[in-house]
Structures are given as structure tokens and as C-alpha cells.
Write a protein that binds this ligand. Structure first.
Ligand SMILES: CC(C)(COP(=O)(O)OP(=O)(O)OC[C@H]1O[C@@H](n2cnc3c(N)ncnc32)[C@H](O)[C@@H]1OP(=O)(O)O)[C@@H](O)C(=O)NCCC(=O)NCCS
Length: 292
């Protein structure tokens, strides 16, 4: 009666299961971990609403316990992480690779798709053996929060529903996107936002110039900045640095051990801005992708 281990079960959590998913992601964060899917990533995705978030999440469980979580951050990109103990677990990694490779399993579709996983996870090795290539480089950065964080030097306010329009307008300008007040409200109604703050920085004419959202994963764990942006009309005056410093201070208040962020190297100005706010770059991370 040598049972070679419990089967690993691929699942969709549904709205009611998101609590457990976010709880697992919080638990898996630890100081010094390779940059990985964070409760704040799910929290930012929550701008589309709880039902859409649930539909974008996949779980892999063994014996009723979640071992891996994936977030479909767009239909062709799965952002994946596992319990820290399972990063080199062969049975889990083989199952993950089979599930992301075969479209009929309902994780990723046919055609060009990408998988993000923590650097060093066995999934990388197995996808590479299967011919998946490495994608463009991203730079993770981290700022230790043991020492007090300096004053940002500009007026900072915490965003509540009455300032959602400032967040939305600056986000649209910074990312050429379609962010709305409604999206901010949806994000702020999400479970992970209980431990998050959105901040806005003002210039000395009282113009809202920069925004950030900072996500704690609980005391003693790394927090995440996602997103951070400065209005296109107000760049080059130190507001990117100021709002990033303010985010670090907010995470310190929430008990985070460090502030972390990850940005594509192609995002002009992002890495210099984080460095100027006291963040240290860590080794680059790359997604794996399969061509059509
Ligand atoms: C990146 C961004 C936040 C910079 O904001 P900003 O207010 O212009 O930046 P700051 O004036 O605070 O500059 C901070 C530092 O970064 C440097 N920097 C900023 N933009 C730069 C650029 N495009 N190229 C090179 N260096 C740049 C500054 O010289 C400054 O360095 P210093 O402190 O050594 O003097 C802004 O361009 C932006 O919102 N971009 C779009 C969204 C984005 O990329 N967000 C972050 C990544 S997700």
C-alpha cells in the first residue's frame, strides 16, 4: 500500500474561494523570496470585479490544500507561483506544465502564450525542455523597511472614493490606458485591498501629479507597489521618486518588511525612479513563452 502521493487537482476557485486563494498567496510571501505572484497582483486585477477575478484564477491542490495559484493576467499570460516548499516539486511541476501546455485543460489557449513563474522554480526547467523560450527581461527591485523612511517632500493624501477620479485620471495619463473611477472602486472593494493604500501626490499648486497603490501581504512580509505613475504633464520634477517614497512609508506603517516592485526593462525611466527612491535592483526575471 505505497500510495505515491495524492493526485494534484486543477481547480477554479469561484468568488467564494478567492478568500482562500488570497490567504495562500499572503502566506507564501517571505523576505528574500524570488519575486512572485503577490496578493497585490490579484488585488490590482480586482478592478474588473470579483467575478472576473475568480474566472481568471486557477488553483492546483493536493489533499485539499492549495499548492499553486495562477492568475490569467490577460488571456495569454499565466502568472504562477507555488508554496515555497513546492518550487522544485517534480510532481507538481509536471502537472503544471501539462495543464498550461494543453489548451483543453482550460488554462491557456492555443497560440502564443506566456507563463510567469518565480526564478528558480522547476516549471522553468521543464518548459525550457519543452522548447519554451525566454521573454523580455523584467527588473525586480526591493527597498528594506527596517530603517525609517524619509519624508517624501510633497503633500500626499490617501485616496478614498472621493479621490478615485484623481487616481483614474493620472493612471490613464501615465499608462495611456482606460482606467476609470469605477475600476478604482472595484479594486478598493476587493479582499486584498484591506491591506492596501492608494496615495496621490500634489504639487505646490495643488495639482494631483502622481499616484501609487501599495499592497501589504501582512506584517513581516514583503509588500508590493502596483501601479505607480506620474501624469505625463508633470514628469521630471521628482514626483515619481516622491510617490514611491510615500508608498514605502505606507508599507512600513502596514508592517511590511520591505517594499518590492517589478517593471519591464522597456518601461523607460521606471528603474532609475525606483533606484532614486532607495530601491535596489535584483536579478532580472523573464517569462517563458511558446510561439504559435
Ligand atoms: C517613470 C516615471 C514614474 C518617472 O516619473 P518622474 O516624476 O518623471 O520621475 P522623477 O522626476 O521623480 O525622477 C526620478 C529619477 O529617475 C530618473 N528618471 C526619470 N525618468 C527618466 C527617464 N525617462 N530616463 C532616465 N532617467 C529617468 C530621474 O533622472 C531621477 O533620477 P535622480 O533621482 O538620480 O535625479 C514616469 O515617467 C511615468 O509615470 N511613466 C509611466 C508609468 C511608469 O513607467 N510607471 C513605473 C513603472 S510600472
Amino acid at each position: 500500500m505505497f500510495d505515491r502521493g495524492m493526485a494534484i487537482v486543477l481547480g477554479k476557485p469561484g468568488v467564494d474561494g478567492l478568500d482562500e486563494v488570497v490567504g495562500a498567496l499572503r502566506e507564501w510571501q517571505y523576505e528574500g523570496a524570488p519575486m512572485q505572484l503577490h496578493p497585490g497582483d490579484v488585488g490590482f486585477f480586482w478592478q474588473s470585479g470579483a467575478a472576473t477575478t475568480a474566472a481568471a484564477v486557477r488553483t492546483w491542490s493536493r489533499d485539499g490544500r492549495i499548492q499553486a495559484v495562477g492568475l490569467l493576467d490577460g488571456p495569454n499570460l499565466l502568472r504562477l507561483t507555488t508554496t515555497p516548499e513546492a518550487q522544485r516539486d517534480e510532481e507538481l511541476a509536471r502537472q503544471l506544465v501539462a495543464d498550461v501546455t494543453e489548451p483543453e485543460r482550460g488554462v491557456l489557449p492555443e497560440g502564443k502564450v506566456a507563463v510567469e513563474a518565480p526564478t528558480g522554480a522547476l516549471v522553468h526547467d521543464l518548459l525550457s525542455e519543452d522548447g519554451w523560450k525566454i521573454d523580455e527581461p523584467w527588473t525586480p527591485l526591493s527597498r528594506d523597511l527596517t530603517e525609517p523612511v524619509q519624508d517624501p517632500g510633497v503633500r500626499i493624501e490617501v485616496i478614498g472614493p472621493e479621490l478615485a477620479h484623481e487616481f483614474a485620471a493620472i493612471h490613464r495619463s501615465a499608462f495611456n490606458g482606460k482606467f476609470t473611477d469605477e475600476r478604482w472602486r472595484s479594486m478598493a472593494a476587493g479582499l486584498p485591498y484591506t491591506d492596501a493604500r492608494s496615495l496621490v501626490a500634489y504639487d505646490d499648486q495643488d495639482n494631483a501629479v502622481a499616484v501609487v497603490t501599495a499592497w501589504s501581504a501582512g506584517p513581516g512580509k514583503p509588500g508590493l507597489i502596483e501601479p505607480m505613475g506620474v501624469h505625463a504633464d508633470h514628469r521630471g520634477h521628482g514626483y515619481g521618486r516622491a510617490i514611491t517614497v510615500a508608498a514605502a512609508a505606507a508599507l512600513q506603517e502596514l508592517g511590511s518588511s520591505s517594499a518590492t516592485v517589478i517593471t519591464p526593462n522597456s518601461q523607460v525611466g521606471a528603474v532609475p525612479t525606483y533606484k532614486s527612491a532607495g530601491f535596489q535592483p535584483l536579478p532580472e526575471r523573464r517569462d517563458r513563452y511558446r510561439d504559435a
